[in-house]
Design a protein around this ligand. Structure first.
Ligand SMILES: Nc1ncnc2c1ncn2[C@@H]1O[C@H](COP(=O)(O)O)[C@@H](OP(=O)(O)O)[C@H]1O
Ligand SMILES: CCc1ccc(OS(=O)(=O)O)cc1
Length: 285
């Protein structure tokens, strides 16, 4: 194990980019503007795919921006020290990414009209994706086995805390007109319709060939080869290995890893924790 997490309000955060004083500063003093677009996810839900898609929609399918500027500079993570510094002086509409749970998000946001997209994914696939990702990261407590990570995940003892609490928290915004919920699964099943939905939400129109270019340039294979988007620039400082962000990009990989007992524990937990939300919100269930 290298880095440990820092704990803020009962939740573990990556130690390197999210020191305690910084998380407090973000919550209390960062100003969200009405024209901002917020990309909100629990880690490993397809955050970077959504970022790439939104950037390409913004550039009307022209890949120049995504091929020349690192993804973390195009839509910085506000809770990351470096992201915050990029964002705070930026003029005009901003894309802002965040894994923060709703109760720790900048307070100014509750009074703003900023558009928010909350992307969810089957937590079982989130768990497996997270295991392979965090075990190579230098800035969190690394799991030694999937069995260990499963135990941590169901207790919420993983970076950014409990998936269940994160999802419950942000879902409380779901009746707001500036809040769009998407799922990784619908993005995979019908990427074109999902991109059209995002365009409509953002008030952006695309010509058919522009839409085709968005789809092509945000595809798994093209993103995997784009060094501005595949985290290869972070190898060394943040990660031991390359290729962990765009690992498989499929639905249902958890079935290759969970034991029968783990699948049963997870089903029970999901039912207990999410029973009060409409089940149509979770297309994988
Ligand atoms: N263009 C794309 N198409 C499909 N899946 C993508 C994708 N870009 C990233 N992903 C998947 O999203 C997950 C990473 O999520 P995040 O960006 O939130 O960290 C990874 O899942 P897997 O580890 O299951 O492959 C990754 O493969
Ligand atoms: C803010 C720190 C952080 C942690 C993990 C990240 O990767 S991913 O979004 O989960 O792929 C990015 C930033």
């Amino acid at each position: 194990m290298t880095g440990e997490c820092v704990w803020f309000e009962g939740i573990p955060f990556p130690s390197m980019e999210c020191p305690l004083e910084h998380l407090r500063e973000v919550q209390e003093n960062f100003i969200i503007k009405d024209e901002d677009v917020l990309l909100l996810t629990y880690p490993k839900s397809g955050t970077n795919w959504l970022m790439e898609t939104v950037c390409l929609i913004h550039s009307k399918g022209d890949p120049k921006w995504i091929q020349s500027v690192p993804i973390a500079e195009r839509s910085p993570w506000v809770e990351a020290f470096s992201g915050y510094n990029l964002l705070k002086d930026k003029e005009g509409p901003r894309f802002i990414t965040s894994h923060l749970p709703v109760q720790l998000f900048p307070r100014s946001f509750f009074k703003s009209k900023a558009k928010m997209i909350y992307l969810i994914r089957n937590p079982r696939d989130v768990l497996v994706s997270g295991y392979f990702f965090w075990r190579s990261a230098k800035f969190v407590k690394r799991p030694q086995s999937l069995e260990q990570y499963f135990e941590w995940f169901v207790k919420g003892n993983v970076p950014f805390g409990s998936w269940f609490d994160h999802t419950q928290g942000w879902m409380s915004m779901r009746d707001k007109e500036n809040f769009l919920i998407l799922s990784y699964e619908e993005m995979k099943w019908d990427t074109r319709s999902t991109v059209e939905k995002i365009c409509q939400f953002l008030g952006q129109t695309l010509e058919p060939e522009e839409l085709n270019s968005v789809l092509k340039n945000s595809s798994f294979q093209v993103m995997k080869e784009n060094n501005m988007s595949n985290f290869s620039l972070l190898k060394g400082q943040y990660f031991e290995e390359n290729g962990l962000l765009l690992r498989k990009g499929i639905i249902g990989d958890w079935k290759n890893y969970f034991t029968v007992a783990q699948a049963e524990i997870f089903d029970k937990l999901f039912q207990e924790k999410m029973a009060d939300l409409p089940q149509e919100l979770f297309p994988w269930e």
